[in-house]
Design a binder for this molecule. Structure first.
Ligand code: GAP
Length: 493
């Protein structure tokens, strides 16, 4: 298996993703998307939006501000509890995540332990500074939010939002009423979030600015039903149960229907999202055995939650949470109701109720990292490495190449490309270098098809289409290109 480091190098050399402010040596935890990376990310979002938002008449998307007033984050608990434990070196003054140091040395999971308890473990295990081997100070906590002044005269504190979810909770009332909704109703949002991570690492896996695609599904807690559960109940997922983690057991394969019946899943809406996520991530080219849901242990689960299930992707450095799924009960609305002094309960046929919330929270950059790693092909035989992106997320669906740069072939190729662009396909033109070099360049950015215009095209309007994965070529008529490419986008070619 290739490593994410290999992929990071490829992304840099191909301008897909590179450090922010690179000419100033960059800044840790921030990355920019280049032209190819930008389209890949846009297509991922488009695909997610189709699958998780547009195909539901009761899920609405909003686009909220990235700066939030302090009051919101006081109500959400971020001001007080969105902290990481840190241990500073007495000698070189470098700062480290205390829980990571302990986990790396002992393999023991210590989330939820107090600074005092962590200090004790560090002393007992004789853990030293990983940079200079110096002794470590007592563990203290550090708030991860990035603070800013809202007004020029100061006095009003704001924060860059640490998650997109809070705009959704604060907008719930207005969206619910203006869309004339009934429960269940979902609000989705795609956008940037900010966390001042102590040790950003693993390329785009742990960043200080990243993007999320979140849904808060507001449901009636008295119902315990999901109108679309039947569509997904037979979908099998990979699941690591709490019991398996406690007793060193194995991952199981189970349908979401069975997992709900057995009481592992607290609500059918959780099952609905888990099934959809499993299918969605497979459709991004991530193999089934590199995907699993982990039922978080009681000590990792917030007190108000009735169950958290992380979708994890297997990377070369281990499994990593990429989508957090939580049954958040009425915790968020209740808290905002109290702090803002507004009513957020809604009228239903069974009387007033404060909705419960099921939240799937997708990390875009971790998803992109998973896509890049699992679609990367090191190909000695072909002589170049390439990406096997599925057509729906490939930055370009096809390259259009005139065989030679003369005799009217470039003009014919331009006609073909203009028509394909008008039809809405993402295609690019390339006439420089040998046809082999052009295939290589197209493969390197994961282009599923190469369309070549040759002398026969001038005679009979046919072109060759080379398939990136098999390298096989077929000949088809120009007028059939649209149907061919549409089928490819639907995964049929
Ligand atoms: N609203 C719930 C929430 O934000 P989370 O588990 O903290 O939950 C959800 O974050 C997802 O956001 C994670 O599964 C991960 O994919 C992504 N994420 C969180 N912190 C990140 C970071 N520092 N860098 C990149 N992605 C991050």
């Amino acid at each position: 298996m290739s490593t994410l480091k290999d992929v990071q190098t490829v992304c840099l050399t191909r301008g897909i993703i590179f450090p922010t402010a690179e000419i100033y040596s960059g800044v840790s935890g921030f990355f920019d998307y280049g032209p190819i990376g930008t389209i890949l990310k846009q297509k991922l979002i488009k695909s997610w939006r189709e699958e998780f938002v547009k195909s539901h008449s009761n899920i609405f998307e909003i686009d909220g501000s990235t700066v939030l007033p302090e009051k919101v984050l006081e109500a959400s608990g971020h001001l007080e509890s969105f902290v990481d434990p840190i241990a500073q070196c007495k000698k070189c003054k470098s700062i480290h995540r205390a829980d990571h140091l302990i986990e790396d040395k002992t393999g023991k999971f210590v989330e939820g332990k107090t600074p005092k308890e962590l200090t004790k473990i560090i002393e007992k295990e004789k853990i030293k500074c990983p940079s200079c081997k110096g002794g470590l100070m007592d563990v203290r906590v550090f708030n991860l939010m990035l603070k800013t002044d809202i007004s020029p005269t100061g006095g009003q504190t704001g924060y860059l939002r640490p998650e997109t979810a809070q705009n959704i909770f604060t907008a719930f009332n207005r969206v619910y009423r203006t869309t004339r909704s009934k429960l269940p109703m979902g609000i989705a949002q795609v956008g940037h979030s900010f966390r001042n991570e102590i040790s950003p690492r693993n390329f785009i896996v742990r960043l200080r600015e990243f993007s999320q695609m979140e849904i808060e599904m507001f449901i009636d807690p008295r119902e315990k039903s999901c109108e679309r559960f039947d569509e997904v109940k037979d979908i099998q997922i990979n699941l690591v149960t709490q019991e398996a983690q406690q007793k060193k057991g194995k991952m199981i394969k189970i349908t979401v229907g069975e997992a709900f019946e057995k009481g592992i899943l607290p609500d059918p809406w959780i099952g609905y999202f888990l099934a959809k996520e499993f299918e969605f991530y497979k459709s991004l080219g991530i193999p089934e055995d590199a995907l699993r849901f982990r039922h978080m242990l009681p000590e990792e689960t917030p007190h108000y939650s009735e169950g958290n299930f992380d979708l994890e992707i297997k990377f070369d450095f281990g499994w990593k949470e990429t989508v957090g799924n939580a049954y958040r009960t009425d915790h968020d609305l209740k808290s905002h109701m109290k702090h803002a002094n507004v009513k957020l309960d809604v009228q239903t046929e069974k009387g007033k109720v404060l909705p419960h919330v099921v939240e799937p929270s997708f990390g875009i950059e971790r998803t992109v990292a998973g896509i890049l790693l699992h679609n990367y092909v090191e190909d000695k035989e072909r002589g170049w490495d390439w990406f096997k992106f599925p057509a729906k997320i490939a930055p370009y669906l096809a390259g259009v190449f005139p065989l030679v740069r003369k005799d009217g072939l470039p003009e014919k190729a331009q006609d073909v490309i203009e028509d394909l662009k008008k039809e809405g396909f993402d295609v690019f033109y390339d006439e420089s270098g040998s046809i082999g070099k052009r295939y290589a360049r197209a493969d390197e950015i994961g282009t599923p098809f190469a369309i070549t215009i040759d002398y026969d095209t001038l005679k009979d309007d046919t072109v060759t289409i080379r398939n990136r994965d098999s390298t096989k070529q077929i000949r088809i008529h120009i007028k059939d290109l649209r149907v061919f490419l549409e089928a490819a986008l639907r995964g049929l070619e």
